[in-house]
Design a protein around this ligand. Structure first.
Ligand code: NAI
Ligand code: MG
Length: 368
């Protein structure tokens, strides 16, 4: 049986509460003989700062580098509002992303049937929705130079941001998207604005080349980013994998996330470059933060965190069937009416974090 080393970073706030539920689900999968998981625990964020004055220690960085995957809950909270900038909780997160070279941010928008009411769109438009946005995370206009505000002789100011992409950056994000698509609906929509941006012209050219050379079996379409924004709210189910740059990806993934309802439901993954054996550095984390307002109350929704573990199974460990079954288990408990407080809607009662985790683990056990 394959064995995977997962570096678990519960972080702050509700982090420890939601990561405890992941361990239950992992236990069920190893119990069924599919794979073994070794969880090694570390400190990140405010809790790390409290322990040793850093947002993440060198020893924990080394463990993150060595692990098969990193699973992180969330960092931050009002308690650390005044700690020095270099050691603030978010610095731990940024260090992990940077040192692990995580250039591909994967944000699924998955709409569970039972929660279709929570969407901002009509039920029939979002029920069963399952799209994946692959956002380039380490290049583009957020990092391009020059980036400055200068004073003009006429007393006005001039602000510049620069969108820069090189061939290799587009090639590697395109490859991630095509690989993703092969494990899903086999379709990629690549998005830029080649009608007004040179970086868009290169983007389209390189994605087309990568497709022709290495992924001709995957369906590829190109769509201008503004049109894609429109199509996302008009008929989102037309999409499978969307690949786009840092800026457009930031906007479009936030739009897509609201199609599905609550923050407590949304997982994400960030992937690095593949090594010679095809293995990638990867970090999986829910989209939500540390939710200090409900921390310690045992009422946080563990689904985004469990879903993030599901993504690790799918994209780092190749356990596609187990990943599918986790999604099905979540879908089943929601269909049975189980709700945590954040997704309660019109339901008459809600359950605790650990009751939701137990229910998902039990549903998974039955399915395996
Ligand atoms: P947040 O995501 O922590 O909370 C926003 C709202 O959603 C709160 O009302 C919270 O109770 C609710 N919520 C979030 N996750 C939930 C869950 N799993 N179950 C039930 N309800 C949930 O964002 P906020 O309040 O803006 O930030 C709180 C702290 O988290 C800040 O220190 C912020 O910097 C940090 N943060 C960290 C992130 C990370 O580690 N990746 C991402 C976003 C914020
Ligand atoms: Mg954003």
């Amino acid at each position: 049986m394959a064995s995977y080393n997962i570096f678990l970073l519960p972080g702050d706030g509700i982090g420890p509460e939601v990561t405890a539920e992941v361990e239950k689900v992992a236990h069920v999968i190893s119990g069924a003989g599919l794979a073994k998981f070794e969880f090694e625990k570390g400190l990140v964020g405010g809790s790390a700062y409290d322990a040793h004055g850093q947002a993440i220690s060198e020893a924990d960085m080394a463990r993150a580098q060595a692990a098969d995957a990193v699973l992180l809950a969330a960092v931050g909270g009002p308690k650390w509002a005044d700690v020095p900038y270099e050691v603030r909780p978010e610095a731990g997160l940024l260090r992990l992303r940077k040192d692990l070279g995580l250039f591909a941010n994967l944000r699924p928008a998955l709409c569970y049937r039972a929660l279709a009411e929570a969407s901002s769109l009509k039920r029939e438009l979002v029920e069963g929705l399952d799209i994946m946005i692959v956002r380039e995370l380490t290049g583009g206009v957020y990092f391009g130079e020059p980036k400055e505000i200068t004073n003009l002789p006429n007393g006005q100011k001039r602000a510049v941001d620069t969108q820069v992409y090189e061939t290799y950056e587009i090639e590697r994000i395109a490859a991630v998207a095509f690989e993703m698509a092969r494990k899903r609906g086999n379709k990629v929509t690549s998005s830029e604005k080649n009608n007004v941006m040179k970086s868009g012209v290169l983007w389209k050219e390189v994605v087309t080349d990568v497709h022709k050379k290495s992924y001709p079996d995957v369906q590829l379409e190109h769509m201008l980013a503004d049109a894609l924004g429109m199509q996302l709210v008009r008929y989102p189910k037309q999409f499978d994998v969307i690949v786009t740059d840092n800026l457009f990806g930031d906007l479009l993934s936030d739009v897509a996330s609201m199609l599905t309802g609550s923050l407590g439901m949304l997982p994400s993954a960030s992937l690095g470059a593949a090594d010679a054996s095809g293995k990638r550095k990867a970090m999986y984390e829910p989209v939500h933060g540390s939710a200090p307002d409900i921390a310690g109350k045992g009422i946080a929704n563990p689904i985004a965190m469990i879903g993030s573990f599901g993504m690790a199974l799918r994209y780092s460990f190749g356990l596609i069937e187990a990943a599918d079954l986790i999604e099905k288990a979540i879908s089943d408990v929601l269909a049975a009416g189980l709700r945590t407080a954040d997704i309660k809607g019109d339901a008459t009662s809600s359950v605790s974090t650990s009751a939701m985790g137990d229910a998902i683990a039990n549903a998974l056990k039955k399915a395996l």
